[in-house]
Design a protein around this ligand. Sequence first.
Ligand SMILES: Cc1ncc(COP(=O)(O)O)c(C=O)c1O
Length: 397
Amino acid sequence: MNRQAEIINPFARLRSLLGDAKPGIEPAIDLTIGAPKHALPDFVKEVLAEKHALYGNYPPIRAIPELGEAIASWLERRYGLAGIEPDRMILPLLGSREGLFSAVFTARERKGGQGGVALIPNPFYQVYAAGAQAAGLEPVYLDAPRESGFLPDLDRLSQNRALLERTSVMFLCSPSNPQGAVASTDYLKKVIALARQYDFMLFSDECYSEIYYGEKPPGILQVAHEMSGDFSHVLAFNSLSKRSNLPGLRSGFVSGDPDFIEKYARFRNVSCPQLPLPVQHASAKVWANEQHVIESRVQYHEKMELAETLLKPHIFFEKPAGGFFLWINMNELGGGERVVERIWKGCGVKMLPGAYLAHEELGAQREANPAFDDVRIALVHDLETTREALKRIVSVF
Ligand SMILES: Cc1ncc(COP(=O)(O)O)c(C=O)c1O
């Protein structure tokens, strides 16, 4: 494994792949980026306007009481978690991404400094690897193929004691980006037990937690609490980006292990950005409101059903348990990159080769990259745009 390998933004790689090739049909439809296009909760602008004067103050690193309490109430409503103490167990983030990056430094220090390992599911959201690399941890990629339910194989991992002993942090994503897999309560119990046995932090990326098609995905905090009545070794990262269609607000939080939160708050206080006060006030209102989340979920259901009706007769894919991506194996059509180029040139729909979301040992070859054959399709537009895009894709197949 090459620790110096540059982590390249998948969208930059896609730009190089497509070069100046023109879309086959105009206007082009972009199904690459995971930015929801559903309506924003309209009350956000009113709160931002009302609290405008607070842009004149530096915000605190901890949540203001309104936000801390709104997040704690949401955790209670969503996961049945009573007694989350906002001051000890919650920190606001400017979206989950910067938290997933910077918390790695605290996880490294907690386990005794340099030389540790970060376990990363493969394929994965790129910031996990960037955080590991910046903090000087060795990223070790755990393949998450169809055969192990698109999650890392924990039985296999638990046999590797030497690796687990060196581990400072493990990332988990459920519902997962890109495959939409949901980790079961049993799976979460096993992974929490490993974190506690080998004394590493578990960072559970739950930013897709509110977009699901069957049972509500269980959360790491809920399962940890069920196991032992506390949150030791676990952190949940979440945000308003996917839940509330507000990726531009940059508002998220981390919650969990109070000892870790204490250390991480000290680190953030000298190194990380604070969430602006008007945004904290607006976020408090958004976490307290469920109606817009329910409405948004109905739209994702409609789009998933549409995808099953239109695409399934032509190409097999498994409906994801959560999230808003289709993850489709294109082996028979030559692999992800080939299909992405063909669809772009044939009908002006832009999709992402799965390979760009995976760690590859030897270059973008089938044998080296576990997601070589896959494409990721983000169902983020409204129903009609999605219908048009899916019909175009089918016309090329
Ligand atoms: C798996 C995953 N985690 C985290 C994020 C970061 O989202 P945000 O920083 O907007 O909360 C994303 C965004 O696409 C994501 O897909």
